[in-house]
Ligand binder design. Structure first.
Ligand SMILES: C[S@@+](CC[C@H](N)C(=O)[O-])C[C@H]1O[C@@H](n2cnc3c(N)ncnc32)[C@H](O)[C@@H]1O
Length: 171
C-alpha cells in the first residue's frame, strides 16, 4: 500500500480530474470546486456525462467477462478514484474474495483512493506510472496480484488506458 504520509494533502479548492469524473458519474467524492469545473466542461462537451457512464458500464461488462473466464484478481491501471461502481464493487458482487490492485499516478487521486479503500483488506492503491510496467510490478501489492497462486489458476485483468504511450507489454 502506498505510504499515505508521503502523499500531498487534498486541497478541496483545486479541481481534480478524478473527482470531476466522480461528479459526472453521480458520485459523492467531489468538492464544490470539482463540480464547478465539471459543469464548465459539460457546457462545452454536453455528451461528457453519457460518455463517462457508458465507460463505466463497459467496465462492469469487462469485469463480468473476466470473471466468467475464472479471473479473481484485477490490476486496474489508471484507476481514478474507485467510486460509483468500480472494479472492486463489480467484482465482489459475484465473487466475495475478488482482489483488486488499483494504480494511478496522480497524487491527489491516490490520496482520495486510499481514504476510500481504508479498511478494505482485498483492495490496494499504488502510486505508479502505468508507462513503466517494471516499476508497477516492483510494488509488492501489484506483483502479488499478478503472481499469487493462492487462488490458482488465476491471472489479473488489466484495465488499461489505451494511448500512444501505453507500453506494448500491457497489451
Ligand atoms: C478518466 S480516469 C479513468 C477512471 C477509470 N479507470 C474508468 O475507466 O472509469 C483516468 C485516470 O488515469 C490516470 N492516469 C493518467 N495517466 C496515467 C499514467 N501514466 N499512469 C497512471 N495513471 C494515469 C489519471 O490520473 C486518472 O485518474
Amino acid at each position: 500500500m502506498t505510504d499515505l504520509a508521503k502523499l500531498p494533502a487534498v486541497d478541496p479548492d483545486i479541481p481534480n480530474a478524478a473527482r470531476m469524473y466522480d461528479y459526472h458519474l453521480g458520485g459523492s467524492h467531489n468538492f464544490a470546486a470539482d463540480r464547478a469545473a465539471a459543469d464548465r466542461t459539460r457546457a462545452v462537451m454536453p455528451w461528457i456525462v453519457d460518455a463517462v457512464r457508458a465507460n463505466r458500464r463497459f467496465l462492469a461488462r469487462a469485469v463480468r467477462y473476466c470473471q466468467s473466464e475464472g479471473v479473481h484478481q484485477f490490476l486496474d491501471l489508471g484507476s481514478g478514484i474507485p467510486t460509483v461502481g468500480n472494479v472492486h464493487e463489480f467484482a465482489r458482487a459475484t465473487d466475495a474474495g475478488a482482489r483488486v490492485a488499483y494504480v494511478d499516478n496522480e497524487p491527489v487521486t491516490v490520496a482520495s483512493s486510499a481514504a476510500l479503500l481504508e479498511g478494505d483488506p482485498q483492495s490496494t492503491i499504488t502510486a505508479a506510472d502505468l508507462r513503466d510496467p517494471d516499476a508497477v510490478f516492483a510494488r509488492r501489492e501489484c506483483a502479488t496480484c499478478s503472481t499469487s497462486r493462492s487462488r490458482s489458476p488465476c491471472s489479473p485483468s488489466r484495465c488499461c488506458i489505451s494511448s500512444p504511450t501505453t507500453p506494448t507489454r500491457w497489451r
